[in-house]
Write a protein that binds this ligand. Structure first.
Ligand code: NIG
Ligand code: FE
Length: 424
């Protein structure tokens, strides 16, 4: 298939973008792509590729932007129930971590999730994944973490594997058994840490090798935060996970600076995420590492907080910056990377080009898939978007409605635009 007549083809070619290189879109005007068997086999101008492939079936990009699919590298998309009541409490003035300490927050979703069957979990999560896909996310990371006990965590993994199988959206699965202190260990956080380290992680490895033998091992993540896991407990969990062969991630500095980002850099984690209160020393450590700094601007927005990830400092320190939705029922129920981009432009002062790079090639690197997705280059998976706008700067500028007209996933074309009026 020849996809042709893109006003701007954003290739994002050349690999993950560090520091001030962020925002290199690699634009080809009047661009075109040849797709065969799920893969991109040629990239160029419409004239070049029409001449080189005269007999190819065609898809007209209609003088709109053609770009890589969004990669959302941080979501908690699988859960049961909702927390609309807590949103009301938070807007009434109660703090997120105080609601958590009072047995609400993550723990209230844990209660709903523990009692949900596999079928219920799949049925409640499926529409969220469909919304992500319709808004242009072609690959998403998805964390467990609302079980906090072996049986439920395994049910969440099973549901995610089933959803990955049935849906056109690809999932990169993460085990977040260390998302909060399990209610059974309320006054004994070290006890729950030991349970994760000594029981859950080895069991996870065995389970994965039996149930998903063809897939790489999942990521292991930990919520390194006051009232969750302290730095030493986070180190224990990630060190054990690393020695079992799991790739690593961390939630760091969402509310307090505990040193989680430097720990991630030291342990060679794929990413450190949130990074709102990150110290200059931790930022410097990220800048010298291959650990991607994932900012989640929907989260402070969702919590109505004023501080966002210091993107300018991370860029100045030569870090690799990525964006994600953090889609979850407590702090950010949003499926759209376009909203994350709109917020990142306004509150983190990214340009649209920087935010697009942070949502494609860099976010692909945050889940260690930048060799196969995140850019439009020969040999990569054909995961692309045709937008309904002719200029990439419309992304971020406009928000709240969907700018994606068609999603191309592994070479298959899905129309998602609700349509627009045409004059005769
Ligand atoms: O990334 N910080 C921990 N996890 C989520 C919130 C989860 C929840 O409140 O249910 C986050 O913001
Ligand atoms: Fe999170």
């Amino acid at each position: 298939m020849l996809i042709h007549s893109a006003s701007q083809l954003l290739t994002l070619a050349g690999g993950p973008q560090r520091g001030h290189a962020l925002g290199t879109l690699g634009i080809i005007e009047n661009g075109a792509v040849i797709v065969r068997d799920e893969k991109i086999i040629a990239v160029g101008t419409t004239d070049e590729l029409r001449n080189a492939y005269p007999d190819e079936p065609t898809l007209d990009a209609g003088h709109s932007v053609l770009m890589p699919g969004f990669v959302d590298p941080h979501t908690h998309v699988i859960w049961a129930g909702d927390r609309a009541n807590e949103f009301e409490m938070k807007m009434g003035g109660m703090a997120y971590l105080d609601i958590l300490a009072a047995g609400g927050g993550i723990i209230s979703t844990v209660k709903a999730t523990r009692t949900a069957s596999l079928e219920t979990l799949i049925a409640q999560t499926r529409p969220r994944l469909l919304k992500m896909f319709a808004h242009g996310t072609t690959t998403a990371e998805a964390k467990t973490g609302y079980g906090l006990q072996t049986s439920t965590e395994l049910r969440l993994l099973k549901a995610l594997l089933a959803l990955d199988d049935e849906s056109p959206l690809d999932l990169a699965i993460t085990f977040l058994g260390a998302h909060a202190i399990a209610p059974e260990y309320k006054d004994n956080p070290q006890g729950y840490t030991d349970e994760v380290v000594n029981t859950m992680l080895p069991m996870l490895k065995e389970w994965w090798e039996t149930h998903a033998p063809r897939l790489n091992l999942p990521f292991v993540d930990v919520f390194c935060e006051t009232k969750a896991f302290d730095l030493e407990q986070s180190r224990q969990i990630l060190t054990r996970a690393g020695s079992l062969g799991f790739p690593l991630k961390i939630h760091a500095d969402e509310f307090d600076n505990l040193g989680g980002a430097a720990l991630a850099a030291e342990l060679g984690a794929a990413s450190a995420d949130h990074l709102v209160r990150t110290s200059d020393a931790d930022i410097a450590a990220l800048g010298k590492s291959d650990t991607v700094a994932v900012a989640l601007p929907c989260t402070p927005f969702g919590l109505a907080e004023k501080d966002y990830t210091p993107a300018k400092k991370l860029i100045a320190a030569d870090a690799m910056l990525a964006l994600a939705t953090d889609c979850n029922p407590g702090t950010s129920w949003n499926e759209s990377m376009q909203i994350a981009i709109a917020l990142a432009c306004r509150y983190m002062k990214l340009t649209p080009a920087q935010a697009i790079a942070a949502s494609t090639i860099n976010s692909a690197h945050a889940i260690r898939r930048s060799d196969t997705i995140g850019s439009i280059e020969v040999g990569k998976q054909a995961d692309m978007l045709i937008l309904s706008v002719p200029d990439y700067r419309q992304v971020g500028y406009r928000y709240g409605t969907n700018l994606v007209k068609q999603v191309i996933k592994r070479g298959r074309v899905y129309s998602v635009d609700v349509g627009y009026y045409r004059t005769a």
